[in-house]
Design a protein around this ligand. Structure first.
Ligand code: HEC
Length: 180
């Protein structure tokens, strides 16, 4: 019955880091947890019966195993993304865009190529206009082309860029540096 403390700890973490936000991995986890509970009960009840066929037991065990693996998968997704600070619900779409497009190189608002050019204090964050201009056509401070890929409208729509910008400002940004 180790299950109960684990579930309780999970719920407390969720309230703490995500302020109980009803995001997708959470939904999946809760669904899977309920399913696992049902599966385990069926397995226990079936296992007690003397007439049970080995095949049914094997099937039930496999289902429990698959369920456990999926739980682990969504858990991993949460822990990985959990390295970013929690934000209000309306910033979650922007946060998702950040995770999909930017966090690989700008984990936690930093910059893995040029630690001295962290995103979180970038002068380009000063206004949405300077931000979008940069993202569509990134340049190093000396004006040359650096490793950052250009994000065209097909990869990142203006609408998505707005959400991304709002998320970065509220969720990640530190006071902006003056110039580069
Ligand atoms: C492949 C790695 C990579 C990805 C992905 C990436 N960047 Fe960058 N970013 C960089 C590098 C490297 C620089 C330095 C400038 C350059 O290369 O043009 C940079 C610079 C920046 C700067 C200016 C930082 C400063 O302090 O001068 C901003 C703002 C920025 N990126 C925003 C973003 C946003 C927003 C995304 C996601 C839509 C993104 N980046 C995705 C690598 C990346």
């Amino acid at each position: 019955m180790l299950l109960f403390p684990t579930v309780a700890a999970g719920i407390i973490d969720w309230q703490y880091y995500y302020s109980g936000a009803w995001i997708n991995p959470i939904r999946m986890k809760i669904g899977l947890a309920i399913l696992l509970l049902i599966l385990l009960s069926i397995t226990l009840i079936t296992g007690r019966r003397s007439t049970v066929r080995p095949f049914s037991m094997a099937l039930l065990f496999t289902l429990c195993l698959v369920n456990g693996i999926s739980l682990g998968y969504f858990g991993g997704q949460l822990v990985y993304e959990g390295r970013l600070p929690a934000v209000r619900d309306e910033l979650l779409p922007g946060r998702r865009i950040f995770i999909n497009h930017c966090s690989g190189c700008h984990a936690n608002g930093g910059n893995i190529f040029y630690p001295n050019l962290p995103l979180r204090s970038a002068p380009q964050l000063e206004s949405y206009e300077t931000f979008i201009e940069f993202v569509r056509n990134p340049r190093l401070p000396d004006g040359s082309k650096g490793p950052m890929p250009a994000f065209t409208t097909s990869r990142l729509t203006d609408q998505q860029a707005r959400e991304l910008y709002n998320y970065i400002l509220v969720g990640l940004a530190k006071p902006i540096r003056s110039g580069n």
